[in-house]
Design a protein around this ligand. Structure first.
Ligand code: CP3
Length: 354
């Protein structure tokens, strides 16, 4: 058919959105596209509305969350919205004193490094994150036919921020805990899996159409260590969502060697960064799962003919998988020209129309 990006929707008696159908490997009128970090500093309207409001505070105001989430949908015509929040929001709700520092990222006042520290992480419930429930309900009403993606951080990536106390290039203290005190490591990850799992179930009950589990820094691990120290916990998170019946996207950066394991963790869609072509990724993951990706966000600074060739290459390679959701290989860089993003959306839709 000649369906456009907003023509189909979920709900009783109605077909699912293009994004959800691609995630399930069902036929779609065109390849759906959205961008990690599509809401954010690349948009002047975002910078304006965020002026003077700290990041964590903005995540706790449902009206503001709704407006920021809608901005890239209105501007770019993407096939999905992603909830404006941050991976550390549920951890803060669980009692960890932390802040999101502009230009740096999450900073934790008292890092978690011992069994006693792990005890400070309490489980969360709906009462701890009512603002997220409210924002999602408002968004689902506003978005109409456009699906809303919920998300959370995976246990490893969250553990890295908590153990290091902030962003880390080497994850040295995280690995020191993992190798030196495996019992405490597993206790920490089990608690994080509980928090993340509940946070995602709250989002599912509020009406998100799909979820993405961000294990951004898992690529720091070998496959053997990933399987031993991380996979069981991410599997617990994704298995805990099986009943929700919504697609689960599992994403990390630099994960070429981890793609099969990240699929096995219970994903319906595996997110791939720009280092691995999508056809090669599909060989690794297996042809029973969809893929998401994988334009290098830095390519958006290249001349348009280069961008166009890269988009067409990725669309062609994506045909190897049963379903393809077009995205970047990681988040939109703040200096990106938003008009280029809009043009990429138009190109993906036109070049993939079937
Ligand atoms: O549009 C979207 O993708 C939804 C919003 C979103 C944010 N953070 C908003 C945000 C999402 C999905 C995240 C997830 C997130 N947060 C991840 C996983 C994704 C990834 O990028 O790998 C990680 C590792 C974090 C931790 C974090 N929070 C970092 C590294 C930063 C950047 C720090 C900086 O200033 O450069 C943040 C802050 C943050 N989260 C911003 C936004 C829009 C920037 C804050 C601002 O605009 O002032």
């Amino acid at each position: 058919g000649a369906a456009g990006p907003g023509d189909v929707a979920g709900g009783p008696g109605r077909p699912d959105s293009v994004l959800v159908r691609a995630a399930r490997g069902e036929p779609v009128p065109h390849t759906p596209v959205w961008f990690m970090r599509q809401a954010g500093r690349s948009l002047p309207e975002y910078r304006e509305i965020r002026a003077g409001v700290p990041m964590l505070e903005s995540c706790r105001r449902p009206e503001l969350v709704t407006e920021i989430t809608l901005q890239p949908v209105r501007r770019h015509g993407v096939d999905a919205a992603i909830l404006f929040s941050d991976i550390v929001v549920p951890v803060a709700a669980a009692g960890v004193d932390l802040d999101i520092v502009p230009g740096t990222g999450p900073v934790v006042a008292e890092p978690i490094r011992t069994a006693a520290d792990v005890e400070r992480l309490r489980p969360i419930g709906l009462d701890d994150v009512t603002y997220v429930d409210e924002a999602i309900r408002m968004l689902v009403a506003e978005l109409g036919d456009t699906p809303l993606i919920g998300f959370a951080g995976a246990p490893f990536t969250l553990a890295s921020y908590l153990v290091e106390g902030g962003p880390s290039r080497t994850h040295a203290r995280t690995k020191a805990l993992m190798y030196g005190d495996p019992d405490t490591w597993h206790a920490l990850c089990a608690r994080l899996a509980g928090i993340t799992g509940e946070f995602l179930r709250i989002q599912a009950r509020a009406g998100v159409a799909a979820v993405q589990l961000f294990d951004s820094w898992a690529g720091a691990l070998s496959e053997a260590d990933y399987r031993r120290f991380v996979l069981p916990h991410s599997t617990a998170v994704l298995d805990g969502l099986a009943d929700a019946g919504i697609p689960r996207i599992h994403f990390g950066v630099g994960t070429a060697e981890l793609l099969p394991a990240m699929g096995e963790a219970g994903a319906d869609v595996v997110g791939v960064d720009w280092r691995t072509p999508l056809d090669a990724a599909t060989v690794r993951i297996g042809a029973d799962k969809a893929v998401q990706g994988n334009l290098d966000p830095a390519v958006l600074f290249a001349p348009w003919p280069v961008i166009e060739a890269e988009v067409r290459r990725i669309l062609a390679e994506g045909l190897a998988a049963p379903g393809h959701i077009f995205n970047l290989g990681h988040g939109v860089l703040p200096e990106t020209d938003p008009e280029v993003l809009t043009r990429v959306v138009e190109l993906v839709h036109a070049a993939s129309a079937r």
